[in-house]
Design a protein around this ligand. Structure first.
Ligand code: GDP
Length: 142
């Protein structure tokens, strides 16, 4: 779509990391890895919004757990920009399962479990676009 050209990704700092006061450390890692923040908001998903955001996982056994958790407290949502943003950000956050995440990754440092895994990162340019549009209007992007 019109906002993205393969150099943007979308992230959320999930409720567990907000609760543990890790917004600052995570944003520092994001900036130090060379990402610029193009849009950002501190917000709280309703259960219905969490279900909509994760609709692709509707049939998975962890869907209820995931959407309850994601609507359990405030999050930080942001659009990040960097060359090769999607792949580089997936590398910075580490594996979905924190037990398998590499040393020095955001999930290795701040995740508590598979569902409480500290951050979200888009898995494709297309999803980065869809997810950014879910949270931000055109006038909220800089
Ligand atoms: P991601 O792209 O690395 O975030 O992973 P996915 O898109 O596959 O899954 C979305 C989110 O659902 C993950 O970040 C996890 O929090 C959660 N999740 C995925 N797989 C599992 C699982 O097998 N068990 C549990 N409890 N949660 C999972």
């Amino acid at each position: 779509m019109h906002y993205m050209s393969g150099n943007q990704t979308f992230t959320m700092i999930k409720p567990i990391a907000v609760k543990n006061n890790k917004i600052g450390p995570i944003l520092k890692m994001i900036n130090e890895a060379g990402f610029r923040i193009k849009a950002m908001k501190f917000t709280h998903l309703t259960k219905q919004q969490a279900c909509e955001f994760y609709a692709v996982h509707t049939d998975k056994y962890f869907f209820e757990d995931l959407t309850s958790f994601m609507s359990s407290g405030p999050i930080v949502a942001a659009i990040l920009e960097k060359e090769n943003a999607v792949a580089d950000y997936r590398k910075l956050i580490g594996a979905t399962d924190p037990a398998k995440a590499e040393e020095g990754t955001i999930r290795k440092l701040y995740a508590e479990s598979m569902s409480h895994n500290a951050v979200h990162g888009s898995d494709s340019d297309e999803n980065a676009c869809i997810e950014g549009d879910f949270f931000f209007s055109k006038m909220e992007r800089f």
